[in-house]
Design a protein around this ligand. Structure first.
Ligand code: AHG
Ligand code: MN
Ligand code: MN
Ligand code: MN
Length: 333
């Protein structure tokens, strides 16, 4: 089997883009390096003694794992040398990270360095999520407001999944391609070209322990799935909940399904559970590029205009017909 390396793939993509400066290719190369380094840290498991909690909390009040902070540092270190970024923002940093004086890059990088970190010390898949935005024209030192761009403006987005194999899944706005890390050569190889999400599915993902807090539309949708063949849907459904969004979205890209983390009575004060800029938006771009849908239940996720860096949001994404059904139930509320 002859497979293309991610370097070859990125060079080809650049050549096909008239007027491309190559900057994005270099930025993506650095993201690839970050993901390989995080994969190494995750794979070492308990051998490094980094599986536990730190005493610290992040800006959202979550207890940080040692690996949350290690992965964050890896991303910061790997992505600043190119000089092509104007700033970075992350789940693990209260405020945007600005580049040293004299560095005037044209792009912004936002990331969730370790997604699903509650799973890391029980050896369940975790990941990293990233989103690249243009730094607004003429801005030399970006301010917080420069990061608050709607998801439709993302230049590229993707995730790495540190699972039974390490994969990288990316979009630059023309479909979604998946790469598998060959640990022998250290290369990501194009194993999943042009990933597409099936329109229909019989598999849903939601944290059922929040059922009593859900809005009526979600209660109705899940209740109908659970009734199976004897209910209004007339078919049996399956359920999965990994509690790592990266693993969940990856499964949906491969075999369809719907993922829901709605705003509910428990998380309403925060606006939801998942973060808009570095979790929901990059995943929404991937899902739409793979012909699925990504919604809050009431509107397209990618069109939301953010008002805060760590803003949370209701997320419903995956197979087109299932997401449409949930949206219909919200409109009927
Ligand atoms: P993170 O580890 O980056 O804070 O994100 C965890 C997120 C997401 O990956 C997952 O879908 C969700 O939290 C799980 O939440 P519950 O523990 O409430 O199920
Ligand atoms: Mn977290
Ligand atoms: Mn996350
Ligand atoms: Mn995280």
């Amino acid at each position: 089997m002859s497979l293309m390396t991610i370097q070859h793939y990125l060079t080809r993509a650049q050549q096909q883009h008239a007027g491309a400066t190559g900057e994005l290719t270099l930025i993506l190369n650095d993201i690839v390096t970050s993901c390989k380094r995080v994969a190494q840290a995750v794979n070492q498991g308990a051998l490094l003694g980094t599986m536990g909690d730190l005493g610290s909390q992040n800006v959202q009040g979550e207890v940080q794992k040692a690996l949350d902070v290690i992965a964050n540092t890896i991303f910061l270190e790997s992505n600043q040398a190119s000089g092509l970024l104007a700033g970075m923002a992350s789940e693990e940093m209260d405020d945007p990270y600005l580049m040293p004086e004299g560095v005037h890059g044209r792009y912004l990088l936002l990331f969730d360095p370790l997604d699903g970190s509650s799973n890391v010390n029980v050896n369940i898949s975790v990941g990293s999520i990233f989103s690249v935005l243009r730094c607004p024209d003429g801005v030399v030192q970006p301010q917080l407001a420069d990061f608050l761009q709607p998801g439709v403006q993302q230049v590229c987005a993707g995730y790495a999944l540190y699972g039974s194999s390490t994969m990288l899944v990316i979009t630059t706005g023309s479909g979604v391609d998946g790469f598998t890390l060959d640990h022998g050569t250290g290369e990501f190889m194009l194993t999943h070209p042009q990933m597409r999400i099936a329109e229909d599915s019989r598999e849903f993902a939601i944290n059922m322990s929040n059922q009593r807090h859900w809005p009526p539309a979600i209660k109705r949708y899940v209740d109908e799935c659970v009734q199976g063949a004897s209910g209004p849907r007339g078919v049996d459904f399956n359920m999965r909940w990994v509690a790592s969004m990266v693993a969940e979205v990856h499964r949906i890209l491969l075999r369809g399904g719907i993922f829901m983390y709605p705003m509910d009575n428990k998380n309403a004060a925060q606006g939801g559970r998942l973060r808009l800029l570095y979790e929901a938006n990059p995943m929404a771009m991937l899902v739409e590029q793979a012909e699925g849908l990504a919604s809050t239940g009431r509107q397209r996720l990618l069109e939301l205009v953010p008002h805060a860096l760590h803003q949370r949001v209701s997320v419903i994404l995956g197979s087109r017909h299932e997401v449409e059904r949930v949206q219909d139930y919200f409109s009927a509320e």
